[in-house]
Design a protein around this ligand. Structure first.
Ligand SMILES: *[C@@H]1O[C@H](CO)[C@@H](O)[C@H](O)[C@H]1NC(C)=O
Ligand SMILES: *[C@@H]1O[C@H](CO)[C@@H](O)[C@H](O)[C@H]1NC(C)=O
Ligand SMILES: *[C@@H]1O[C@H](CO)[C@@H](O)[C@H](O)[C@H]1NC(C)=O
Ligand SMILES: *[C@@H]1O[C@H](CO)[C@@H](O)[C@H](O)[C@H]1NC(C)=O
Ligand SMILES: *[C@@H]1O[C@H](CO)[C@@H](O)[C@H](O)[C@H]1NC(C)=O
Ligand SMILES: *[C@@H]1O[C@H](CO)[C@@H](O)[C@H](O)[C@H]1NC(C)=O
Length: 294
């Protein structure tokens, strides 16, 4: 018996739950929506463009808005608060591990005198079908929505930067890798959990050693997955903000997702240290016993 092995058992359970949540957060509407990888805020898409070309009626976007604001100039700013809506787009697109969700910011996408930014919430309208090995492709999503909305505005009209697509393409291979790594990590953490449960009943240095090896592999897998997904999130939002801010697109990083994936990694790290400690203590005890018996 080794009752103290309940510590790694509990930590493995925590790591297992957290890594499951990393995969499944947001896989359906309103399930842990806040744990997104990235959120694209498209509520101001086309706004800057409109502002500078105000009055130039040769542009399809200006034409579109002229329908709403034909006479009174003051009205323009009311309508333009949410340019995405006029374009038939959603205010935001949030990326998850296996799908993306979309919807509108309530009560309004832009903070004003009465509505502070902390009062603004996401109202999810729906999510894409979930797919393993899902690849996030903002260009295709926006293009599809523009096509669906039936207005004659295309990505070219919005000056959609090609560089966004180039940057995102580079991240796709990482996104596929990271999905596989999470699956491997979940399997290894589950094995570590089973081994830890066994070692509550069977003590001995061999079991500590075996546990240590298993947990070490699990830690490597979840650690690598966390490192890669961090790179995807940080780099992805950087690229989108760099090229997208000019046309009114903002990317928000999923800090809560990063928190849970690194928490799972940290839990597995503590488990490794625990087994290492157990192994060393077991060794000292054994040496002490030999010494006593001569
Ligand atoms: C848009 O135009 C308004 C008034 O013409 C101006 O106050 C505002 O700064 C402009 N915004 C941008 C982003 O250019
Ligand atoms: C802020 O936005 C809300 C929601 O659109 C609106 O009801 C309110 O009048 C706005 N406040 C100001 C000061 O513009
Ligand atoms: C969310 O959007 C739906 C329609 O898309 C609307 O009926 C509902 O009232 C909205 N919820 C909030 C909190 O604004
Ligand atoms: C999503 O799944 C439903 C049924 O499961 C299917 O009818 C629909 O075509 C799918 N949509 C896409 C975009 O694949
Ligand atoms: C949108 O429409 C354009 C032309 O009408 C077409 O070339 C493009 O492939 C369509 N995109 C999607 C995603 O359907
Ligand atoms: C969405 O992006 C616009 C600028 O593009 C910003 O002013 C607004 O605060 C953002 N809204 C939210 C809810 O983050």
């Amino acid at each position: 018996m080794r009752p103290s092995a309940i510590v790694p058992v509990l930590l493995c359970v925590a790591a297992l739950i957290l890594s499951f949540l990393c995969l499944f957060a947001g896989h359906k509407k309103n399930f842990m929506e806040d744990y997104h990888l990235l959120t694209l805020n498209t509520s101001r898409l086309g706004y800057e463009f409109l502002n500078t070309t105000n009055g130039d009626s040769s542009n399809p976007i200006t034409d579109l808005f002229n329908q709403f604001t034909n006479d009174v100039q003051e009205d323009i700013n009311d309508v333009l608060g949410d340019t995405a809506e006029a374009l038939g787009l959603d205010d935001f697109y949030s990326v998850h591990m296996m799908d993306y969700c979309f919807g509108d910011y309530t009560p309004t996408p832009l903070p004003n005198d009465t509505v502070s930014s902390s009062d603004i919430h996401k109202n999810v309208t729906g999510c894409s079908n979930q797919t393993a090995m899902y690849k996030f492709d903002p260009t295709a999503i926006i293009e599809e929505k523009l096509n669906e909305s039936g207005i004659s505005v295309t990505l070219d009209d919005l000056n959609w930067p090609d560089d966004i697509q180039k940057g995102i393409d580079a991240l796709h291979i990482l996104q596929v890798t990271v999905f596989v790594l999470y699956c491997i990590a979940i399997a290894l953490i589950a094995l570590s959990l089973v081994a830890a449960v066994f070692s509550v009943f069977a003590s001995g240095r061999l079991s500590a050693c075996l546990n240590f090896l298993l947990c070490g592999c699990a830690f490597l897998a979840i650690g690598l997955a966390s490192a890669i997904i961090t790179a995807v999130i940080v780099k992805g939002s950087e690229i989108i903000n760099k090229y997208g801010n000019d046309i009114g697109i903002e990317a928000h990083r999923g800090d809560k997702f990063l928190a849970i994936t690194w928490a799972a990694t940290a839990a597995m790290f503590v488990v490794i240290v625990w087994w290492l400690g157990d192994f060393c203590v077991g060794r000292r005890k054994k040496t002490a016993t030999y010494a006593k018996h001569g």
